[in-house]
Design a protein around this ligand. Sequence first.
Ligand SMILES: [Zn+2]
Length: 417
Amino acid sequence: MCQQHSQNRDRKDNAQHAQGAQEAFPWELGVYDAHCHPTDTPASVSKISSMKARVLTIMATREQDQDLVAGTCVEYGVKNPELLKSGEGGETQRIVPAFGWHPWFSHQIYDDTTAAPSYDGTPEGKRAHYDAVLQPKPSSKDPAFSDGLPEPRALSALLEETRARLREHPYALVGEVGVDKAFRVPENWTADQEASRNQNLTPGSREGRLLSPHRVSMTHQTAILQAQLRLAGELGRAAHGALYEALAQTWKGHKKEVLSRREKNQIAMNAENFSSSDESEDDDAEVVSKAKAPAKSSTGHKITPMPFPPRICLHSYSGSVDFLKQYLHPSVPAKIFCSFSIVINWGQAGGGDKAEDVIRALPDNRILVESDLDAAGKDMDSDLEEVARKICEIKGWNLRQGVAQLAQNWHEFIFDD
Ligand SMILES: [Zn+2]
């Protein structure tokens, strides 16, 4: 990622040189990073307070970073979104945390909510668990591989821990979660490698290790993702990550009815709540939401516990416009946002063209910016500015209008306002 990032830097410097002076970037309107990992480089966290971006949404991914993410909020957690919106958040409201378990670590979890859990606490059970969730089975290729992997953790314990963190942080969301078909588990560290690893990085990530042939079964990844999506739904929190099929299963039976104008008129008298009263002639499909009696969250927000998150952001969305249509269909009972980053969306050949098509197809109020970088500081600000400028250009927004729209979108995603 770092190598790719410095290439982007060079490209950007050249591009700026060619264009000459640009309109000053309106940081004062509030720029919000919807997805990043500064706790991967703990020393960078102290730079957050001097960044130009107003708030970073910091994702947790694995065992080693959950406490670090929570720790950043002690001093800099967002406590009053209203003040933030007015630009008076000051130096102390800089972070919204997200707690979740990334798919790259999902094999470390065993599902103890099923009748026959894959792990029983014994050394043989550890091999049996990794045989059950990894393909090819480690015991068939390299029996010692499983022994070097972490002791599997119970899904119920992970959910309990995440639930407690979410309750402690009333604006926290669930993330980073998702599935990754292509992911392969890195080889275990050798003793020499481990002794000479970079101590400035939070442990647990790949750090240049070679990849083993072992992939995590999609069934297992999906089970871990869905359990976390259900938790987000239970607490009425947004989620960051996710994939359509896994999401759609969580809202089975909760899809919003899409009714014709005639049907709508027939039931309008009795409907408790409908989302739009737009009377335009070409609008023949209206969405009727069946809201249950709302409950209040600790923040005073009305929440209705559901089996899926009320708001979902698709991280660095790299799919097609056609696939996006499934997410944007009026029957989808959650608000779907897409976030875009320089490192992922513009970091691979052809990625930028694809992102442009998707951004053009997205409603104005469903677009977010993110850096996805693993260190806070100037590069993060620079990437956020670059992606925001790109989006404004693609959407034909003037810079101030666009940055204000992106800020408003982030507020809606995080606080539902
Ligand atoms: Zn990420």
